[in-house]
Design a protein around this ligand. Structure first.
Ligand SMILES: [Zn+2]
Length: 344
């Protein structure tokens, strides 16, 4: 990976390349911005560029250090993540941790990192530590890290990567050079989704719009759920007031598993956002479901903006409950029933 292969972040990359070229890399960065726009990728590429054998203020992606960093087996480039995230990425198994894998970055992980950073570099010109999901550091871990930020080891750069940088302690934020990553342009995300997932242009555009400019999220969307979007929305809009039986049958179809339930919730929220826009006199051009204009216009006229907004809130609340491991089937059933019975 080279900087040129990272999409849509020219401003951030420009400042990193000039720091590399002048040999003035900062000792601590905070990469903030939405999920899936290339923050961690940039951190890894920065580690490569700082240690690339070609030394041209960029990574070549081919030399020994570049390859070892890409393969996560460079002894002086360290990555810290919550245990649960390591498992989610398939980089660790449940058996690697005692007890339930933690969603937090714990103080023991930061202490271990500090021990490693205090040793002389084995081969690197510049040691790098990347803390992914940095907002997952608990308070003790953040306070422990503060010491390293105040007295940084020689020839070392720390990169804190976070999609919620405001959740970090102000003392941490103030000691890092903050670089803000922007959401990616929808056209660019759609183009990549079309190419990598073989999606047709309309589906690719829909993925990009649903993911709000996050390439990572756009690529993670379930194309099966998207392909059935039109049918699903027509069924939901066709539910007769008070027809609980039809709602429960539909819930059964939508929530075959957790991923499917989540994908459908995202679709539904986007749908009611479109209806709220139309019902408040917005233009159909910016709609996420721009290909379903007729159904959207008819449904917006029938529901009106307050009902569309009520349904958006219900979708968000169901999504939040799913995140805390609520039953996907039950949440989908309750959601559809609440659509039909506003007073429940
Ligand atoms: Zn290289």
């Amino acid at each position: 990976m080279t900087f040129a292969q990272i999409l849509g972040q020219e401003r951030v990359l420009g400042s990193l390349v000039s720091a590399l070229a002048s040999g003035q890399l900062h000792h601590a960065y905070l990469f903030g911005g939405p999920e899936g726009v290339g923050k961690e990728l940039t951190a890894r590429t920065l580690a490569q560029a700082a240690n690339c054998e070609r030394g041209e203020a960029d990574a070549c992606g081919e030399c020994g250090p570049c390859r070892r960093i890409a393969g996560r087996n460079h002894p002086d480039v360290l990555l810290v993540l919550p245990e649960a995230e390591l498992i989610a990425r398939g980089w660790a198994g449940r058996a690697d941790f005692s007890g339930k894998p933690s969603r937090e970055i714990k103080i023991a992980q930061i202490r271990h990192l500090q021990e490693r950073l205090s040793l002389k570099a084995l081969e690197a010109r510049r040691k790098m530590a990347i803390i992914g999901c940095a907002e997952a550091m608990n308070v003790q871990a953040q306070n422990a890290l503060l010491k390293t930020l105040e007295e940084p080891p020689d020839a070392t750069t720390l990169v804190l990567v976070s999609s919620a940088p405001h959740a970090l302690l102000p003392t941490i934020r103030s000691r890092c050079l903050k670089l803000a990553f922007a959401p990616l342009p929808l056209g660019l995300v759609a183009e990549r989704v079309a190419r990598e997932r073989g999606a047709d242009p309309a589906t690719a555009r829909l993925c990009a719009a649903l993911a709000g400019g996050s390439l990572g999220q756009a690529l993670a969307l379930d194309p099966k759920a998207l392909a059935r979007r039109q049918e699903m929305l027509a069924r939901i809009e066709g539910l007769a007031p008070g027809d609980a039986r039809a709602a429960l049958l539909l819930a059964e179809d939508l929530a075959t598993d957790r991923a499917s339930a989540e994908a459908h919730l995202d679709l539904l929220e986007a749908w009611y956002r479109d209806l709220a826009t139309l019902a408040s006199g917005g233009s159909p051009e910016g709609l996420i479901n721009c290909d379903l204009g007729e159904l959207a216009a008819a449904s917006a006229a029938r529901h009106g903006a307050p009902e569309a907004l009520r349904r958006i809130e219900l979708c968000r609340s169901a999504r939040a409950k799913l995140r805390f491991n609520a039953s996907h089937r039950l949440q989908t059933e309750q959601l559809l029933l609440r659509f039909l019975f506003p007073d429940v």
